[in-house]
Design a protein around this ligand. Structure first.
Ligand SMILES: [Zn+2]
Length: 279
């Protein structure tokens, strides 16, 4: 999981363009009439975004037709949203720009409205409120973002991910294949509210279980090459050193607590793994 770079152009221009692209008629007229209000609301969003205080936003309270038209302005397949998505993805580093960073498990195939468009229809096409993700995460995230000031999900534009451990993997070697259990912990004192946000995020997106289900593949992939190294060199400590160095590069590319790295690093540090599967 890595932080994402946010859209850095004038967001209100996106609203204007989305309205411009609408067919002439009553909808377009209504959406044009409320432009001055939307402009102020976008400025407010940008201010609160800058201060990482999005939870302080209050809904303008658009109702009825205006609300419906605003929500309808967001169409995932529309030219303007495609343009926004492309712009956001193009500014990310290449190792992560096709993968959902909410989970790091699936490909990106949608955009999440960080604060829900049902409650905040005014921000349905605000690029600062749109995070690329997978449909599984988007469905699990549903319409919640905050409980008071408490963040229920990581906002990857704003919540700086710590370069400290928070994900661990433990193994049960009593079967033919190592069985992994992921858990969160905080051995290096990540600041309390950030750690709570991380915990909420992992819990609500069911990440520990979703990672576990994908782990067998990773474990199988690592055993054969290690057996290969061992055949040439019986110095286990030297192989471990080499594997650790390799993971540092993966962490750089995919995030400090990238689940596959955590899995592989924990596995190679386990003496039982070496005794049962390699030596
Ligand atoms: Zn996802």
């Amino acid at each position: 999981m890595k932080n994402l770079k946010n859209f850095d152009e004038d967001c209100f221009e996106i609203y204007k363009e989305a309205v411009r692209n609408k067919d002439a008629g009553g909808k377009k007229e209504t959406l044009s009439l409320i432009k001055p209000t939307i402009r102020l609301l976008y400025l407010d969003y940008s201010d609160k975004f800058r201060d990482n205080e999005i939870y302080n936003l209050t809904s303008h309270g658009f109702a009825d037709e205006e609300k419906d038209y605003l929500i309808d302005l967001y169409q995932y397949k529309s030219a303007i949203i495609k343009k926004v998505k492309k712009k956001i993805l193009d500014s990310q580093i290449i190792t992560i720009n096709a993968t959902c960073q909410y989970c790091t498990l699936n490909s990106i195939n949608t955009l999440d409205h960080f604060i829900p468009k049902g409650d905040f229809p005014e921000f349905s096409v605000n690029p600062l409120n749109l995070l690329p993700c997978c449909s599984e995460c988007n469905a699990k995230k549903s319409k919640y973002a905050y409980n008071g000031e408490e963040s229920l999900f990581l906002n990857l534009y704003l919540d700086e991910l710590p370069e400290k451990k928070y994900l661990k993997a433990d193994f049960d070697f009593s079967n033919g294949v190592p069985i992994v259990t992921f858990d969160l912990y905080n051995p290096d004192d990540i600041e309390e509210s950030l750690y709570r946000t991380i915990s909420n995020h992992y819990k609500r997106l069911d990440l520990l279980e979703r990672m576990r289900l994908k782990s067998n593949e990773v474990i199988t992939e690592i055993i054969n090459p290690i057996k290969g190294y061992y055949r040439f060199n019986h110095d286990v400590e030297e192989i471990k050193k080499f594997l650790r160095e390799e993971e540092i590069e993966f962490q750089e590319a995919y995030g400090f607590n990238y689940w596959k790295s955590v899995l592989r690093l924990s596995l190679i540090e386990d003496t039982e793994f070496w005794e049962k599967y390699i030596i």
